[in-house]
Design a protein around this ligand. Structure first.
Ligand code: ACO
Length: 311
C-alpha cells in the first residue's frame, strides 16, 4: 500500500464519501470492519438467548407478542450484519466457525443470566438503550453497507428500548414486590451495561484508528458518558436507585460523575469466564449442529437447479 493510495483513501474519508464493497481500501480498514461487524453480528445472535429464555414465561399474551417480535428482530439484525461483513470477503460460515471455536468475540453483556421477568425490562431499557447510543453514530460510518444496515437496526432498537422501559415502569409502579424486582434487575444490569461501551479510551486498542477512518464517530468513554447522562433521569423517574454511591450530577461539566468500573470483571467475561459464556456457546453449537440438515438440503437443491439450468 503506497503513500499515494493511502492519501487518496484518507481524502475520501475526510470528504465524508461512503466506501463501497468494490472500492480499493487499506487492508487494515477491511480487517477492522470484518472484526467489528462480525462481533456485532455475533452479539445480535447470541443476544437472542438471554431473552429467548423468557418467551415461554412472559406474563401475558401482549408481553409475549412483543418479546417474540423483539427477539426475531435481533435474528434479523444478525443476518443484515453477516451480509454486510460478507461484502468484505469473509463468509458467514467462516465467521460462525470462529464464534463456535471461541475465537470471535461477542458483547460481554450477553454472558449474564436473566433471572426474573424484570430482567427483560432492564435489558430493553439499559442494554438496548446502550446499543442505540453506540449504533446511531454507526449510521454515519464510512463503510456504506454497515451504515445503511444500521438505519433499520436503530429504528427497531428504539422499539426494543421502549418496550423494556414500559415493563420497568409497570413494575416500578406496581406492588412493593414488583418494585423490588425492578430494583434488583437494575442493580444487576447497570454495571455490565456500562461495560458494553468497551475499555476506557486510554486502553482502547482500535479506538484512535477507527475514529480516523470514521468507522467510529465517538470514543468508548464519550458514548458511555452520553448513556449515563440520558439514563439516570429515566431511572429517577421510575423511582429506582442506581447501584453506584459515586453517581452524582456535576454542575461544572453538565454531566454525571460515576464510580469506577470493575475492569477485572469485564476482561474475565470477555475472555470466556462470565457466568453464562459456556451455556451461550453451547446453545449456538447445538443450533448450528441441529441446522446442518437444512444447510445440506439447501445446497443440494441449489446444485440440482444449477444442473437443470445448464442441461
Ligand atoms: N464485549 C466484548 N468485547 C469487547 C467489548 C464488549 N463490551 N468492548 C470491547 N471489546 C473488545 C473489542 O472487540 C476489542 O477486541 P479485539 O481486538 O479482539 O477485537 C477489545 O475489546 C479492545 O476494545 P476496543 O479497541 O475499544 O475495540 P473497538 O474499537 O472495536 O470498540 C466497540 C469496541 C465499541 C464495542 C465497537 O466494536 C463497536 O462499536 N461495535 C459495534 C457495536 C456492537 O458490537 N454492539 C454489540 C452489542 S449491542 C447489541 O448487539 C444489542
Amino acid at each position: 500500500e503506497d503513500e499515494a493510495f493511502l492519501a487518496a483513501f484518507k481524502a475520501r474519508i475526510d470528504a465524508e464519501e461512503k466506501i463501497e464493497p468494490n472500492d480499493p481500501m487499506p487492508e487494515g480498514y477491511r480487517r477492522t470492519l470484518v472484526r467489528q461487524i462480525g462481533q456485532h453480528a455475533h452479539s445480535e445472535i447470541v443476544g437472542m438467548l438471554p431473552e429467548g429464555n423468557w418467551i415461554t414465561r412472559a406474563p401475558s399474551l401482549r408481553r409475549k407478542a412483543a418479546l417474540l417480535a423483539k427477539v426475531q428482530d435481533e435474528g434479523g439484525h444478525g443476518l443484515y450484519l453477516y451480509s454486510a461483513a460478507e461484502t468484505l470477503g469473509v463468509s458467514r460460515e467462516q465467521m460462525t466457525e470462529e464464534l463456535l471455536a471461541g475465537k470471535a468475540k461477542y458483547s460481554s453483556i450477553f454472558n449474564y443470566p436473566t433471572l426474573t421477568w424484570a430482567d427483560i425490562g432492564a435489558i430493553g431499557w439499559l442494554v438496548d438503550g446502550a446499543a442505540i447510543m453506540n449504533q446511531i453514530p454507526l449510521c454515519r460510518c464510512s463503510y456504506g453497507p454497515y451504515a445503511r444496515a444500521m438505519i433499520r437496526v436503530c429504528k427497531e432498537e428504539s422499539f426494543h428500548q421502549r418496550q423494556g422501559y414500559e415493563i420497568m415502569m409497570t413494575l416500578a409502579k406496581g406492588t412493593p414486590e414488583q418494585k423490588e424486582m425492578a430494583q434488583d434487575a437494575l442493580n444487576r444490569w447497570w454495571w455490565p451495561s456500562l461495560m458494553m461501551f468497551g475499555p476506557h479510551d486510554t486502553e482502547s486498542q482500535h479506538g484512535d484508528q477507527s475514529m480516523k477512518w470514521k468507522i467510529k464517530r465517538f470514543t468508548n468513554d464519550e458514548l458511555r458518558q452520553k448513556f449515563v447522562d440520558a439514563t439516570v433521569p429515566q431511572g429517577e423517574y421510575l423511582g429506582l436507585t442506581f447501584p453506584d454511591p459515586e453517581l452524582k450530577w456535576n454542575e461544572e461539566r453538565g454531566s454525571y460523575d460515576f464510580g469506577a468500573i470493575d475492569w477485572d470483571e469485564f476482561w474475565r467475561v470477555v475472555k470466556g469466564g462470565g457466568p453464562m459464556n459456556r451455556e451461550r456457546l453451547e446453545a449456538r453449537r447445538k443450533a448450528w449442529d441441529d441446522g446442518a440438515w437444512v444447510r445440506e438440503a439447501a445446497l443440494a437443491h441449489a446444485e440440482k437447479r444449477k444442473a437443470r439450468k445448464e442441461a
